[in-house]
Design a protein around this ligand. Structure first.
Ligand code: SAM
Length: 273
C-alpha cells in the first residue's frame, strides 16, 4: 500500500503533510487542550480533521486555517463539522490572529499539528500576536520542542528558547513517535503548550533590540559576549549590569538578555529588524 495515501488523500510533502493516525495520541492532545464550548479555538493545518473532529465536537464554532485547497474544500463539506467551521484557505504565516481575536471578542486558543517545514518561522509569527492569544498547543519536531524549553547551559538553548520564553511559559506535554503519523516523519515529534504571559516577567522596551541581540550573540555562540556583543556596548556597560563579559551566548539567561536589550535601547543604538 502507498504509505502517502491517507483517507483517500495523497499526502503532499511541500505542505508538510503527516496525518495523525493514532487514537491514543489524538485523545491525549484533545485532553491537553481541554476545549470549552464558547472559547475561540483556531486550528492551524486541520488536514483531514484528526484533531478538528474531536475538538469541533466540543465547540459551537471552530476556525481553521488550511493552505491546501483540496483539504479546505473537503472540510467545507464535512458531514457534522461543516456548519460549525469557518475555513480560511490561506497561509498561516500571513494570517492576522489579532483581527480574529477582535472579531471573536476574546483571546484565541491556537492549536495544530504543524507543518514541520515552516514550524520555526511560524512560531515567530505567532509570538508577534501573543497579546491576542490565550494559549497554544502544537505538535512539532521533538528537537524544536527541546529548543523551546531549553534553559541556559544546554546545547539546545538558543535564540528560539530566549524569544519563546520572553513571550510565553513553555511546557512540554507529550512525545510522539513517527509511526503515529501517515506517512511517518523522519524525526520524533512532541506536543508543547505555550501560554503567553499577560505581563512578561522581564519586560523589554523594544522587542526588536532583544531580537537583534540574540541573533548576534547566538550567531557567534562559541564567542564570549565581549567578542560577540562588545561592539554594541560601551566599555563597562556589562560590568554595570553585573553580567560577566566572559560568558558565552548559551550561558546567558533570558533575564540577562532582557537587561542587555534595555541597556542598548536607552543608549541610542539604532535597532535593526
Ligand atoms: N491536523 C492534521 C493531522 O494532525 O492529521 C494535519 C497535520 S499536517 C502535519 C500539517 C497540515 O498543515 C496539513 O494539512 C497542511 O496542508 C497544512 N499546512 C501546510 N502549510 C500550511 C500553511 N503555511 N498554512 C496553513 N496550513 C498549512
Amino acid at each position: 500500500m502507498n504509505n502517502r495515501v491517507h483517507q483517500g488523500h495523497y499526502a503532499r510533502k511541500r505542505f508538510g503533510q503527516n496525518f495523525l493516525n493514532d487514537q491514543y495520541i489524538i485523545d491525549s492532545i484533545v485532553s491537553a487542550i481541554h476545549p470549552q464550548r464558547s472559547e475561540a479555538l483556531v486550528e492551524i493545518g486541520p488536514g483531514l480533521g484528526a484533531l478538528t473532529e474531536p475538538v469541533g465536537e466540543r465547540l459551537d464554532a471552530l476556525t481553521v486555517v488550511e493552505l491546501d485547497r483540496d483539504l479546505a474544500a473537503r472540510l467545507q463539506t464535512h458531514p457534522f463539522l461543516g456548519p460549525k467551521l469557518t475555513i480560511y484557505q490561506q497561509d498561516a504565516m500571513t494570517f492576522d490572529f489579532a483581527a480574529l481575536a477582535k472579531e471573536k471578542g476574546q483571546p484565541l486558543r491556537v492549536f495544530g499539528n504543524l507543518p514541520y517545514n515552516i514550524s520555526t518561522p511560524l512560531m515567530f509569527h505567532l509570538f508577534s500576536y501573543t497579546g491576542s492569544i490565550k494559549d497554544m498547543h502544537f505538535m512539532l519536531q521533538k528537537e524544536v520542542v527541546n529548543r523551546l524549553v531549553a534553559g541556559p547551559g544546554s546545547k539546545a538553548y538558543g535564540r528560539l528558547s530566549v524569544m519563546a520564553q520572553y513571550y510565553c511559559q513553555v511546557i512540554p506535554v507529550l512525545e510522539v513517535p513517527p509511526h503515529s503519523f501517515t506517512p511517518p516523519p523522519k524525526v520524533d515529534s512532541a506536543v508543547v503548550r505555550l501560554v503567553p504571559f499577560v505581563e512578561p516577567p522581564y519586560p523589554v522596551s523594544d522587542i526588536r533590540v532583544l531580537s537583534r541581540i540574540t541573533t548576534e550573540a547566538f550567531g557567534k555562540r562559541r564567542k564570549t559576549l565581549r567578542n560577540s556583543l562588545g561592539y554594541l556596548f560601551a566599555a563597562g556597560a556589562l560590568d554595570e549590569l553585573g553580567i560577566d563579559a566572559g560568558l558565552r551566548a548559551e550561558n546567558v539567561s533570558v533575564a540577562q538578555y532582557c537587561q542587555l536589550a534595555n541597556w542598548l535601547a536607552t543608549h541610542n543604538v539604532e535597532p535593526l529588524e
